[in-house]
Design a protein around this ligand. Structure first.
Ligand code: PBG
Length: 331
């Protein structure tokens, strides 16, 4: 068919391809943009000095002693990433997770060191017991169940000790009922009314946390997390979780994981129009790294496509192990 023989049946007054012709045109009409401002980099902090141990299932992610965590934060800042979230990997664990609120434990020491040595960086902390209990569960186990209310007491202690060390944001990730309200109340009572709470509000019981549990040594020694983390089949329930956490005083709500829950991110953002974070978790990162290492995908493109999709779904904040790489890629 020649150019002059366009079939009359085709209505070509609107040609959407016009806006896709050149890089400048595509940039002009682009709907979703990523900025390093929205990235938060997770760091795993351990005891010792000069420790920088790569996590086997997470290439480019390390267990870092406090001095190395400071260096990593400074390097992230140089890349344009101004927020980190800290996870503790203590040498010692017990059945009530008491290192979670030890002022000399790795996370508390790292908060102080980062605040002292890296100006202008926001420090968030994960508040949970699974990294601190010898059984690997997120709470106090009584009669083979995670006992909700005694666990909340422990989480409150952990959150208070992070706030006392100087954390800007505490982020409870345990999924106990009532913990956001209890933490908010305790923070306010102790004069930490400016410490924000980012609630892991809709946290699913996901297979994609596997590499994290390698990194943190936090795989449960028996049973699983189905009694407190959400069933992947549920979305309406996620809205109830988010609604409750907002009512209890959450400043930021989170959906986790990200790419298998884009619909949930979109619904949460739509329903509440609240600052919404999405956690691109360890397994999501590891899948891309593994495929890239095999030469099966173009990693920079797959990374940016993934993060853009999370943003497009409605996330304001993206917690990702790719934070530094992505920041450099979009600079
Ligand atoms: C619990 C916590 C977990 C993650 C963040 N906070 C692990 C879990 O619930 O088992 C997972 C993060 C990831 O997979 O990257 N402290």
């Amino acid at each position: 068919m020649t150019r002059t023989q366009t079939p009359a049946a085709l209505n070509l007054t609107r040609r959407l391809r016009r806006l896709r012709r050149t890089p400048a045109m595509r940039a002009l009409v682009r709907e979703t943009r990523l900025s390093p401002d929205m990235f938060m980099l997770p760091l795993f902090v351990c005891d010792g000095e000069g420790v920088r141990r790569e996590v086997p299932s997470m290439p480019g992610v390390f267990n870092l002693s406090v001095d190395e965590a400071v260096k990593e934060t400074a390097a992230a800042k140089a890349d344009g990433v101004h927020s980190v979230i800290l996870f503790g990997i203590p040498d010692r664990k017990d059945d009530i997770g008491s290192l979670a609120y030890d002022p000399e434990a790795p996370v508390q020491a790292a908060i102080r060191a980062i605040k002292r040595e890296v100006a202008g960086v926001l420090v968030a902390t994960d508040v949970c017991l699974c990294e601190y209990t010898d059984h690997g569960h997120c709470g106090i186990v009584i009669d083979e169940e995670i006992a909700n209310d005694p666990t909340v007491d422990q989480l409150v202690r952990a959150a208070l000790s992070h706030a006392a060390a100087g954390a800007d944001i505490v982020a409870p990730s345990d999924m106990m009922d009532g913990r956001v309200g209890a933490i908010r109340h305790a923070l306010d009572e102790r004069g930490f009314e400016n410490t924000a709470i980012m609630a892991y509000a809709a946290k699913y019981c996901s297979a994609f946390y596997g590499p994290f549990r390698d990194a943190a040594g936090s795989a449960p020694q028996f049973g699983d997390r189905r009694s407190h983390q959400m069933d992947p089949a549920n979305a309406a329930e996620a809205l109830r979780e988010v609604e409750l956490d907002i009512a209890e005083g959450a400043d930021i709500v989170m959906v986790k994981p990200a790419i298998t829950y884009l619909d949930v991110i979109a619904r949460v953002k739509d329903a509440f129009d609240f600052p919404t974070a999405a956690y691109h978790v360890s397994g999501e990162y590891a899948m891309l790294k593994a495929a890239a290492r095999n030469g099966w995908i173009d990693e920079p493109r797959a990374m940016l496509e993934t993060l853009t999709a999370i943003r497009r779904a409605g996330a304001d904040i993206i917690i990702t192990y790719y934070a530094r790489e992505a920041a450099r890629a979009i600079a």
